[in-house]
Design a protein around this ligand. Structure first.
Ligand SMILES: Nc1ncnc2c1ncn2[C@@H]1O[C@H](COP(=O)(O)OP(=O)(O)O)[C@@H](O)[C@H]1O
Ligand SMILES: [Mg+2]
Length: 294
């Protein structure tokens, strides 16, 4: 297992507020080449309202297999709502969402998870009072076949299954470089590591599609670059397609193949990051359009 290396070159070249209005080709690392995989996630005309509030309207989003796809927008623009619509937590009232050609609109979260979609939450959803290891092990539940009778009557069947779960968990702990804190209570570790534990818990589900809701929030620069490297390695070494919600445009331009910008629940641009960040509407949305955090 290759360990994620600290990036030689900083992935970061500035924040979205620094995006120059003019040509910006010289700035930042070379944009990744968009892989030409088939569309795996297809959202068409998605709408979600909360009472009178239109959180999403007419949202079209296509993510191709093998992409790291950036989803950005000011606070309150609907990013988390879109992930909740995809993963079944808040089904859309209008529109259609398909995953690998299968209609998942309105499907329950556990059913979406069984189709290979894993996610992390903007506000961490870890279990305090439990160790890092046990929190990560919980990510395997999607593959567990719980049966009291089976376990009681056929321990020789249950044991190999548990051994397999443990092996995958240990592999991911290694991959995410969490060996040093595996037996710590999750409450006791800093926010940067908690975010890593959440990503580890998502990865042990062996997803084909991973949704990360601001996995770098609250991190310092070094931690962010490490996290960016883990996301890249998850795609490159594990073949996971990634939908990444991220505020820092430098991260988006550094690791995303394509991106989409939401503002007030509508798509204002989508495409290759180095083009999208030059769009005056995108710059304006960031400079002037931010709402208060929901
Ligand atoms: N469960 C909810 N009930 C009511 N309003 C919500 C709910 N979830 C989100 N919203 C509203 O929908 C809008 C989009 O929120 P959200 O998707 O969290 O934005 P973002 O993730 O881009 O910051 C906000 O105005 C927010 O207040
Ligand atoms: Mg959000």
């Amino acid at each position: 297992m290759s360990l994620p290396s600290a990036p030689d070159q900083p992935l970061v070249t500035g924040t979205v507020r620094d995006v120059p209005a003019g040509p910006a080709d010289s700035a930042g690392p070379a944009a990744p080449v968009a892989p030409a995989g088939p569309v795996v996630l297809d959202c068409q005309q998605v709408e979600r309202r909360f009472g009178g509030l239109v959180a999403l309207t007419g949202v079209d989003l296509q993510v191709r297999r093998g992409e790291i796809f950036g989803l950005v927008g000011p606070n309150g623009s609907g990013k988390t709502t879109l992930t909740n619509a995809i993963t079944g937590f808040y089904p859309p009232q209008k529109g259609r969402i398909t995953l690998a050609g299968r209609d998942i609109t309105g499907m329950a979260p556990h059913a979406v998870a069984r189709l290979g979609v894993a996610r992390t939450f903007q506000n961490l959803a870890l279990f305090n009072g439990m160790t890092v290891l046990d929190n990560i092990l919980l990510g395997r539940h999607v593959h567990m076949k719980p049966s009291v009778w089976r376990t009681a009557l056929y321990p020789w069947l249950a044991r190999p299954e548990e051994t397999l779960h443990r092996r995958i968990v240990e592999d991911i702990i290694d991959f995410m470089q969490l060996q040093g804190v595996r037996d710590e209570l999750v409450d006791a570790i800093p926010i940067g590591l908690k975010k890593r534990v959440e990503l580890a818990r998502a990865l042990v589900a062996e997803p084909s599609f991973l949704i990360l809701d601001e996995p770098m929030a609250g991190m310092n620069q070094e931690e962010k670059e490490y996290m960016a490297r883990f996301v890249l390695d998850a795609r490159d070494e594990r073949g996971v397609t990634v939908l990444l919600i991220e505020h820092h445009m430098d991260i988006i331009t550094g690791i995303c193949d394509r991106m989409l910008v939401l503002s007030y629940g509508e798509v204002i641009d989508t495409g290759v990051p180095r083009e999208v960040v030059k769009n005056p509407r995108v710059i304006k949305a960031y400079l002037g359009g931010a709402r208060a955090e929901a």
